[in-house]
Design a binder for this molecule. Sequence first.
Ligand SMILES: Cc1cc2nc3c(=O)[nH]c(=O)nc-3n(C[C@H](O)[C@H](O)[C@H](O)COP(=O)(O)OP(=O)(O)OC[C@H]3O[C@@H](n4cnc5c(N)ncnc54)[C@H](O)[C@@H]3O)c2cc1C
Ligand code: SF4
Ligand code: SF4
Length: 493
Amino acid sequence: MQLIHDRCTGCAYCVLVCPYHAITTDGWANVVADRCTDCNLCYYACPNDCFVPDVPLKPYRPRVRRRYNAVVVGAGIGGLMAATALAQAGHPVAVFEKLGFPGGRYTEIDYRGAAVTTGAWTSLGPKSHIGRFLADLGIELDYVSLGDVGLSEQYSVRFPDGRHYPSLLDMLTPGARRAWLRAIARGRRGVPADVSAHDYIAGFSDDPDLLAAVDAIAATASGLSSRDMPASEYVQITLDGRQAGADFAMPVGGVRSIIKALTRALREAGGDLFLRTPVARVLVADGRATGVELADGRRVPADVVLHNGGAGRLVQLVGPQHLPPDYLDRLRGLKGVNCAALFCATRQPLFDDAPILMTPGCRRVVGIFAPTRLDPGLSKEGLHLYDAFFPVYDDDRTAELEMALTDMRALFPTFDDALVWHVPMFFTGNWPGTESGQTFDQTGEDRLDPVTLIEGLYLVGMDVKGSGVAGDLIPVGVRRLLDALDCSFGRRE
Ligand SMILES: Cc1cc2nc3c(=O)[nH]c(=O)nc-3n(C[C@H](O)[C@H](O)[C@H](O)COP(=O)(O)OP(=O)(O)OC[C@H]3O[C@@H](n4cnc5c(N)ncnc54)[C@H](O)[C@@H]3O)c2cc1C
Ligand code: SF4
Ligand code: SF4
């Protein structure tokens, strides 16, 4: 298997799927030739078409219907939620997914007996936007909440100088605590649009530990520093997190339980899901989307096309010539937030209180999630799993990784002894780490409308209007899309 090094953006999905551990990564993937058996699994796991098989692959041509009411480009959580809702409403729907697994950045892959996430750590539980959307689809999941494992705090705080606090409020001096609570209470009534989270909180208190913690929390939630995150977004995230409280929960089995349940519900409702089936083009005629062309050349007509593949791919699939110039500029102007996660498995626990650790004052690592604190079954071998999240500031991913490892050693003096394996995963280029915002101009209501300027073409997923914690904002946009589609479906039938 050949690898086109320059295309690699460092996600490490190929490392996770390779059954022979024939791929290593230091921010860029490398194939260890004498371990490779040419099984081609990495080919179907790479979002960036980095792999070139030594022997050309047989074309994969699943059977598709002649026509669908709706076709969905991409089986991310946004695409799957929208498709399932439409299928349950009786519409023939097909979801075409390029990768060999559904869920995009919101699922887990088995690696060395552990469930390793492709991006998202957790949903906020049954009361979150995602939880309520699933319930509306008739999907009931088992969750394990903080309360179930005898905890009350979602996160504790640890500085690289060794200070550790069981919660943010425990960390703050009485004055800083009052100031922070006042800021959040006032923020509930609204904050000016152009104020950053840092400046907003600094207007209430200049306590350096508070400002460092706000920065770590903002970056953990979004990949953006508190100087780039709008205050409104920070307030929303804080309120969402507090509302979840001790009900903060993750689905038993990880976020892929959500994806498994959605794919099952989609199929039960008669919808089709095609993996390893990239869409090459969105067909547009007379200013209207009329279906898609698959990479194998077949055309699949549909009344509406839902795009779940992000703004950059939208331009590529639709073609710039079909997009109004202002809209094209807007799409091209959106820049993904570069970030990374260092996924670690350890013999001994690194921390044993709240499942999330905020780490202000580090050079790179801002927050660490310990999924096995809530669901030890995620590691079959009884290891402790940690997902250390860090914003990426430089193109030298290997150097960024070294800084994150240095942070881990400062935070946990026994880190090297406890570590069994680790996988660095970078979210850069076309596969960005956007959680709550793509850029300062692309959060909340500033995000893209699900209804595009091309008739019959709609958007779902992370880029679409909505506010909240990370992927939990996605169902907000899907609901808007479904409202819009009810009318247009009704008119066409
Ligand atoms: C490190 C990290 C941590 C995160 N943590 C959390 C968290 O704890 N909680 C949370 O809620 N969210 C979290 N997020 C955010 C969350 O992962 C994303 O918001 C969410 O997964 C985005 O979903 P989406 O529906 O927009 O689609 P995506 O996951 O981006 O999926 C899009 C799909 O479209 C497919 N596709 C693209 N082009 C084509 C094509 N031409 N043909 C066919 N298919 C195509 C892709 O292969 C992909 O599967 C995190 C993200 C990262 C990176
Ligand atoms: S072809 Fe198979 S064995 Fe070779 S690197 Fe890819 S996944 Fe691993
Ligand atoms: S982009 Fe991701 S899947 Fe593709 S080669 Fe690089 S690390 Fe592997």
